[in-house]
Design a binder for this molecule. Structure first.
Ligand code: 13P
Ligand code: SF4
Length: 314
């Protein structure tokens, strides 16, 4: 049997198990193409959170990274939430352990910080936050922060800096970064711009300021779809994780969508996002493992911060 017919059988098996389990498959825009193609919903962190909140399925198979599946569990404590690979983490999440944030807040208790946590963090960090934000609503959420309290923004310093450039609030920034997006440099983007002099550049706000300054638009992965569809330019350089190009090329045909290169690679891959495979998705639907579990005292506090975000971004 050829490998493509094996993949076809596996896809059919996944869909059969999905029906049997009354499961929904949610996938982030950075997942491999075959997973995106059989998911019920593909989107950015904000869209995925809304879908996780709305679903009436019994099982949520979350094809993304751990903090995303955890957010689905925070919103759905009675549902079974599974992630194909338990090790699919995130460098931003790792840059801000809950214990470190807790100590920092204790040390600076006199500041009475209003804590805004980018969704790329653990449930423990969400439980310490006043509100969560995603790249799709960060400016909106920061603008709604109480004016009489200083803001601590965790964990992404690049996203935080971009928000400050776009609204009149000052914030103290936790010094975390996405290991994928900081790999784009002015030099790597200039080289591809030289090849396509007419191209527009759209970049994710997790990129460094130096790279964001070269972009015609900075936005979340979901808004990249609208930007590429509406832009008059035919050539568009997309400066984010390479999985994004799959959905973009499907939904915006007829344009030349070019993956932004790093110094070493023609296209940037997040090793965590790419840990999920069809085989692991099949296995987790079969065994309902690995499951996301969160202690209730943490989950309920994290839920308050996530729900506040969903309300404030309507
Ligand atoms: P989006 O919410 O824009 O999809 O970003 C998620 C992410 O992990 C970016 O690296
Ligand atoms: Fe985390 Fe960066 Fe991977 Fe997004 S691309 S999941 S921020 S490591």
């Amino acid at each position: 049997m050829s490998s493509s017919s094996l993949a076809l059988d596996l896809r059919e098996e996944i869909l059969r198990l999905k029906r049997e389990r009354n499961a929904v498959i949610l996938a982030h825009n950075y997942q491999i193409g075959v997973i995106q193609d059989l998911a019920d919903f593909v989107g950015d962190s904000l869209g995925l959170s809304y879908h996780a909140q709305d679903t009436d399925a019994d099982v949520i198979a979350f094809c993304g990274v751990h903090f995303m599946a955890e957010t689905a569990k925070i919103l759905n404590p009675t549902k079974t939430v599974i992630l194909p690979d338990r090790e699919a983490g995130c460098s931003l999440e790792q840059s801000c352990p809950a214990t470190a944030l807790e100590s920092y807040l204790k040390e600076h208790a006199d500041r009475n910080y209003y804590v805004i946590a980018y969704i790329n963090c653990s449930a423990g960090v969400k439980a310490l936050a006043d509100v969560i934000c995603t790249s799709g609503n960060a400016i909106r959420i920061v603008e709604q922060a109480p004016e009489d309290r200083p803001i601590l923004f965790v964990p992404d310093a690049n996203l935080g800096a971009w928000v400050m450039e776009n609204c009149d609030r000052k914030m103290d920034l936790w010094q975390g970064a996405c290991y994928v997006h900081v790999e784009f440099t002015r030099n790597s983007i200039q080289k591809i711009k030289d090849e396509y002099p007419e191209a527009k550049v759209v970049a994710h706000p997790e990129c460094t300021t130096a790279v964001r300054l070269m972009a015609d638009e900075v936005c979340s992965t979901e808004k990249m779809i609208t930007y590429c569809r509406d832009a008059e330019a035919r050539d568009i350089i997309v400066v984010t994780e390479g999985g994004m190009l799959h959905r973009l090329r499907k939904e915006v045909p007829g344009k030349n969508l070019i993956a932004g290169p790093t110094e070493n690679c023609a296209c940037a891959d997040c090793r965590y996002m790419k840990m999920n495979t069809l085989e692991k998705l099949h296995a987790c639907l079969e065994t309902l493992e690995p499951q996301i579990e969160i202690p209730e005292n943490i989950r309920s506090r994290a839920e308050a911060a996530v729900v506040r975000m969903l309300e404030q971004s309507k």
